[in-house]
Write a new protein. Sequence first.
Length: 1143
Amino acid sequence: MSREFPLREERIGFYICHCGINIAFKVRCAEVAEYIGTLPGVAVSRDYLFMCSDPGQEIIEKDIRELDLTRVVVASCSPRMHEHTFRAACARAGLNPFRAFHHVCVREHVSWVTLDEDQATEKAKLLARAGIRRVRYQSDLFPKTFPVNPNTLVVGGGITGMQASLDVAKAGYKVYLVERQATIGGHMLQYDKTFPTMDCAACIGTPKMVAVGQNPNIEILSLSEVEEISGFVGNFKVKVRKHARYVKADKCTGCAECTKYCPIIVPNEWDVNTKQRNAVYRPFPQAVPITFAIDKKDRGPCVQTCPAGTNVQGYVTMIREGKYKEALKIIMENLPLPGVLGRVCPAPCEKECRRGEVDEPVSIRNLKRFAADQADWETLELPEIDMKPPEEKVAIVGSGPAGLACAYFLARKGYHPTVFEALPEVGGMLRAGIPDYRLPPEVLNREVNYIRRLGVEIKTNAPIGGETTIESLLANGFKAVFLSTGAHNEFKLGVEGEDAAGVLKGISFLRDVNFCANGEVGKKAVVIGGGAVAMDVARVARRKGASEVHVYCLEKRHEMPAWVEEIEAAEAEGIEIHNAWGVKRILTNDAKVKGIEFKRCTAVFDENKRFSPQYDDSETITENCNTVLVAIGQRPDLSCLNGSKDVQLTRRGLIAADPVTLQTSKPGVFAGGEMYSGPSLVVQAVATGKEAAISIERYLKSEDLVLDRPERPKGENWAPIPEDVQKAARAKMPELAPADRVNGFVEVETGFTEEQARAEAARCLSCGVCCECKQCVPACEAKAIDHDAKDEIVTLDVGSIILATGFDIMDPTPMQEYGYGKYRNVLTSLEFERLSNATGPTSGKILLRDPNDRWNHTRPPKSVAFLHCVGSRDKNYHDYCSRTCCMYALKMAHLVKDKCGHDTQVFNFYIDMRCFGKGQEEFYRRIQDEGVRMVRGKAVEVTDKAEDPSEEGMLIVRAEDSLIGKMLRVPVEMVVLCTAMEPRPDALEVARIFGLSLSADGFFMEEHPKLEPVSTPTSGVFLAGACQGPKDITDSVAQAKAAASEAQALSTLGKVIVPPMISHIDEDICIGCQVCIGLCPYSAIEFDEFKKVSVVNEAVCKGCGSCAAYCPSGAADIRHFTQKQIFGEIEGILVGAKETRDE
């Protein structure tokens, strides 16, 4: 049973159009008109040959006036266009067009899709009856008018974007031109010549660039990207990210002096990686803007991994360049004690070095040591320091790496730190726990003395926690205290016999050796432990007279926490390592050690990786010895807290401190190093000292300790590893022979030679591109370099947007049959363009590449083959024709003949020649007259496998000549692949931002391919150029002008009329579920937090109906498509169908 809606008395006019024969050849229009005339409320029903014509519209207007019609239904074609036509006719006759008019589509829905004439006629009757029923429920609607912001945003600075910008600006309106690259110009400026006129691309392109750059109405935002758009046609708000250029545009003169000092060389993307450039660069000499830019990727993984944030790439690059003083300066910006860390740091950075993906990581630690060892530390220049008042004093407890680092960075800021050290010498665990053969005391001394020269006062034999406490320090004028004593207290084994004579603690043993040359051991020593300290203890015991040294540890070999290098060094010195054994008891005789009984350790860690050793007591061994050295771990010495209050500890017995600021529970007291973290790496302790210095300075300035702290670098946007990088062995650190080591404490590793260091530094891949060596800063007299620049977000208010984002050239690497990437002289078309361009790698000469050096070119080729349709008209890649390949292949063939000599053999392998534009067919004939051989057939393969002597050393193109029906083998010296034009890889993301759709090929969809080629479904957003589909320069410029005229029309009118067929939400019914907000493709719905209901932004809504279709409460509806109107239309069909069946 169908529902009956109450019908009002109406006077309806019905009109059906023959549309010539488009409708009438299937639908008996007069019969339809006669049938509709019998329906209740229909005052007139007519058929006419062309209702859209002026006479047709005049019929409707006359009937409205003379017959007092209240509603009009027209059955015709093209509803998207003619709906406007007939609404206008109703409006001219005095009716509200939205209330009075309804359109029935009988061409697309009936005549074009129905074969039988009777069925088509009956279907037309049903649709017309539905329209009659529906129109009764339509109500008065009124469009809204909004003012238009006259500014225009143009996205993309190629020839299309430049032309559109100039046209809009010429009309007097402001244009914001957003370009992702450092210069405008786009692909056209990469070309050598343009077809078919053979104009120099730069000669006709650079005047456009200059005109854009000098036009006062155009603001260029280069190195910028649109991130977000809100608003609606005429009133868009656009957020643009201006990427940091690191060179000030208002100061840079374009002199290029900075490039002479930049040590980083990378492939130039502008030259399609056929040429190199510096990290500070300008894409090409005529670039607009002329301002240079610095290419900074994310900091390299080495920098990101270093706990202290050392600029590894920077100092490694300086070492490569032989600038050792500069290298040391870079190191010491983030790291004191470079000679110390260059010897004892385990170098976590090396584990992340991307050079390891090629061969082996760069020897970063040893290069740091090399740089430090080149300096004269007594005369090493001090940084300029802005000294603070003397009362700005800070007490630092402990002179280990954390304390020294904190003092160092505070002193560089001008503060007056005093270091309190309980031991008789400075250095903490660096002095007490690391043997001289690894860290010579003179190295530590020279770097500590440099810290003293900065103004740091260091007091030895000055323990804190006795007569002097933390409270007394604060009471005696110190404004802050940093606690950083090391892990000097050692763990015990907890086994029988541990207190016997001859059982020594590892750290105490090392301290005795380092401070007073004591620490005698027996002839046979056993060391317990598998960490770095255990290795040091074992090797020191060997040097102190033990002829036999054994190391026993719980861990298996691969589980040992000691560095592999330390383990191997110990074994080289004759030390035996026994894995997976735990101490069962120490055997004694007269309270002296005589041996150790071990039990098998079956597991060190549990399933959660927690230390929980398991043993097999049934498997034991005994090792006789007269000295046992226990090195199984340490814990912090907290004696400095004696007498202090309010400094809380963690459950692990460490000082509790904020992980970001390192401030303890006591205001003004900070902690770092092993007191805070437990036993850790030296470089980690340095990092805590550095962070504490930042916090202490902020504390002294009464600033927020957390807000805007320097962030650790992150991200993986690194320079790609070069495909042709040559493998090179990692430099091996020179060492003393094992036999010479054990006789004393002379440093084992003797250091790199200068030749070794520079060669090793040259292995760095420069992952971050710019290494921030800052050599360019003093070179720039204009003071334009700003390495601290940040990205900037700007918000633009515009009324219209023109998208001209262009295209990409397809990468033919997947098409392995053509040998791209395998053979040096197989090029893409764009690579050939740069080769032929005067600003390219060969200054415009067409030369062969050196097979052994990608950056070197040799001589002109004697034969060249151009392969058409590479990736185009190919179902495996792109079905479409790229429309430009035929012509640019002919252009390049001409260039070869012109530049390499007319005796050069040139072949064009094509499927079909498509020379459709003005002057193009004539150019085709000209090329043939020049002797270019045209082969109709798709190339099958490019190979270097010769079948006869004439093919040796050549590239052989295998192809079918379809005109003669034979396979050909054509030997040539160069092959150029005419690759497809394809959408940019970010097209989907750009479409999302601008509310657009993509075609099946991935290009932006226009509103109508014929009638609205530059408009989009998003009102106010227009397309121009190859972002909409492949096209040449001529068509791109024409489309740019069309898009510019659309934008000008909006700006000139000054207002935009928004149709009323949009969503409406009944606040009385809305339950506030907010589902509609996520469904809306235009972001037109917002949530009113006060009313707790969804609200439609009528200026943004497109009336798509997604919200109304889903709304669970029925609160959302679409004006002009209400439920009553839809059900009325359905009712009309059902009633009509029932009548037909009854007949």
